[in-house]
Design a protein around this ligand. Sequence first.
Ligand SMILES: *[C@@H]1O[C@H](CO)[C@@H](O)[C@H](O)[C@H]1NC(C)=O
Ligand SMILES: *[C@@H]1O[C@H](CO)[C@@H](O)[C@H](O)[C@H]1NC(C)=O
Length: 173
Amino acid sequence: MKLILLFTLCFASSIQLEAQENHPFEHIGTYEASNDNSTKEYFYSGDIYASWMKAMELCELFGMKLLTFDDAKEDENFRKSFVSFFANREAFIYIGANTTQPGSRTEWNWINGEKINFDIKWGEKQPDESSKEEFCLTFDENDPLVYHDMGCKDVLPFVCKESWKIKNIKVKE
Ligand SMILES: *[C@@H]1O[C@H](CO)[C@@H](O)[C@H](O)[C@H]1NC(C)=O
Ligand SMILES: *[C@@H]1O[C@H](CO)[C@@H](O)[C@H](O)[C@H]1NC(C)=O
């Protein structure tokens, strides 16, 4: 009997999947999206701290993206699921969104250019635009995690995400 597996990975090539095994980031969890059967893998940068722009580049270097959420459900799941993981770690974590209007509660864009289309769960008194140049988005360690505006030059840990979908599996005997 011969088994042939044919599959197509939507967002990641097999080369990128191999690279994933070698990257220095810590796998913190998986999310299965029910609307399109895609799988999301989340990775924490751990001891690797970077500016927001550099964090974006580092995720891409390893075939991933700085963390974005496809919808409110994924956002909520992440903020609830990983509270204990982040509890004893660095307080702020970069994710893949920024703004051209610091201080705005709604005008934030994911790194793919799309506007965040759900209610952003800001931390207390956030966004506060305290330094007048808080163009980038972070999570603030809290229960659940909440959003906090931040300068983009701060050197912080970050979360990368890999998104993939097995489109078509055929098993041949
Ligand atoms: C998701 O997977 C289920 C079970 O494999 C299938 O029935 C459903 O059609 C899939 N949905 C999409 C949007 O691909
Ligand atoms: C916001 O992110 C985009 C990439 O998605 C980048 O081109 C732009 O320079 C960023 N803006 C700031 C203020 O960092």
